[in-house]
Design a protein around this ligand. Structure first.
Ligand code: HEM
Length: 182
């Protein structure tokens, strides 16, 4: 919501996409998600720039292992910095910019097969809640945008984009947005 409120043209693009598929009088359903490519691209771009778990969940090496010339000793704690890999300029064009369009022509997905985008982790300890989270995030975002316009509570202020790092990533100052009648 924050990124979309900073770029109202992208907010309008999602709303137009939803309205042209669903119309004004019906609610968005789970089954609609696969037919809303721009909404999906916005969610991917959000997981790329603002992963909910910036270092995944701490892992531990069960034995000495060498990866790409680096020795990881047994029992070492391993944090995977997906916040950094999501912003790596060697992988992503204009890596700090919120540009959902980058996903429209690519099949990159966040289900654990494309290692450049793993906000839910990958492999045997990947997030088992992914299917639920996938549905809920799309459904909630689409419903908020489909039913309401959104304005900043204090319009004159720039949106603060600072982040607060921890096990989960949060906005340092929460977004305060006011729904308006469309
Ligand atoms: C946007 C929502 C969510 C995100 C971004 C997310 C992300 C993650 C991440 C990054 C991990 C660690 C993976 C790793 O270290 O390799 C994880 C683990 C886990 N998640 Fe989620 N998660 C989400 C929602 C959920 C939901 C809705 C549930 C349950 C209904 C859930 C249950 C779990 C559990 C049980 C684990 C531990 C799995 C294990 O260690 O074997 N998550 N999640």
């Amino acid at each position: 919501m924050t990124e979309l409120m900073r770029q109202p043209d992208k907010m309008s693009r999602i709303r137009d996409e939803i309205r042209s598929l669903i119309g004004e009088n019906k609610h968005v359903q789970e089954s609609d998600i696969s037919r809303l490519p721009y909404l999906q691209a916005v969610v991917k771009e959000t997981f790329r720039l603002h992963p909910a778990g910036p270092f995944l969940v701490p892992h531990k090496a069960v034995s000495d292992v060498e990866i790409n010339g680096y020795m990881v000793p047994k029992d070492a704690q391993i944090l995977v910095n997906v916040w950094a890999s999501g912003r790596d300029p060697c992988t992503w064009v204009e890596s700090d910019a919120f540009m959902p369009e980058r996903f429209l022509d690519h099949n990159i997905d966040y289900r654990g097969k494309d290692f450049e985008l793993i906000p839910f982790g990958a492999g045997r300890r990947t997030c088992p809640g992914l299917p639920l989270a996938h549905r809920m995030v799309h459904l909630m975002l689409a419903t908020l945008i489909h039913n309401f316009g959104w304005e900043l509570e204090i319009k004159s202020k720039e949106i603060d984009m600072n982040e607060k790092f921890g096990l989960t990533l949060q906005k340092a100052i929460p977004l305060r947005a006011v729904p308006t009648k469309l």
